[in-house]
Design a protein around this ligand. Sequence first.
Ligand code: SF4
Ligand code: SF4
Length: 339
Amino acid sequence: MDSIKNLSNEEKTSKVPNMFSVQHFCLHDGPGTRSIIFFKGCPLRCVWCQNPESWNLKTELAYKHTLCIDCKTCVEVCPEKAISAPGEWDEERCTLCFKCVEACPSGAMTRFGEARAVAEVLDELRPEYTFYKSSAGGVTFSGGEVTLFPDYASDIAKHLRDDEIHVAIETCGQFKLDQDAPEKLSLEIVGSSIKSPVWKLLSQVDLVLFDIKVFDSEQHKLLCGTANDEIKQNFATLTQIARNKRGPKVWPRLPLIPGMTDTVDNLTKWSAFLLENGISQLTVVPYHNLGSPKRAWIGAEPAPDIPSLSDEALNQSIQVLTDAGIRCYAPGEEEWVNL
Ligand code: SF4
Ligand code: SF4
């Protein structure tokens, strides 16, 4: 794992995940002060997604039009003659050597994604331990979807937990789990009768931040790219394990997207589902239209124009959830002790 620099781009993608960012001093993705590792690769395609650089498993070349000073250095340095003009390159020819990124004087040519050894990531996290420990914080694996990389992520998680660091994952819930839940999650049982490698990751995690979105499965398919039957089943399985104190705790999060997830029908159905599964708290994340240019940077279709959630709509959603028996929290204001 430590010799990643010697691997080709293809080998890197197949052996270790790509990360698009590691951020420190974060307060909104789990208890206390945390570092967040953002993995690349996601099985969903939510129409409102503001992190399209997380979709693709592979490293990507991106072009930030507004930063370009039209010097044409990128055209000159490309060894494959793949760039015909600033921002225009032939993906068939491009070998993702990123020489254009290194040479670009303005940061217009950009790379998303980097394969990093477990030891290297741990070296970056270790100086932050003091902050985690003094704030009851830790590390959160986010994305993208970390359950796509259960072996790699559980390797990092195990090292962190050996150092008594709290580990959380944020998941969209779309992963394969053999539903015969193990008696108790621990590394000893993993690798014996356990089929799904995601159990291995879950055995090394303290908290699962479980994203829920659109309740109706057909609507979920339309708006997020997949049906959500498996997501709901995984939620039920994980909350049951948590209730029996046999695995990580589970805390749901719901992005409030105007007209999509904030409808009375959607909120009422999710409330009933959460309560059926023994959960009565929820983090609600209001949608803000940031006018992000990221989709254009990676050549993706533009996002539909979704307005930001108004304060009035936020309060109405909270009222619906509260009336149904769900206690709502803003990100970073959760009472984790109630878990
Ligand atoms: S090197 Fe960078 S700034 Fe110069 S033309 Fe290419 S993208 Fe634009
Ligand atoms: S990443 Fe390398 S091959 Fe691809 S366009 Fe840039 S310089 Fe050319």
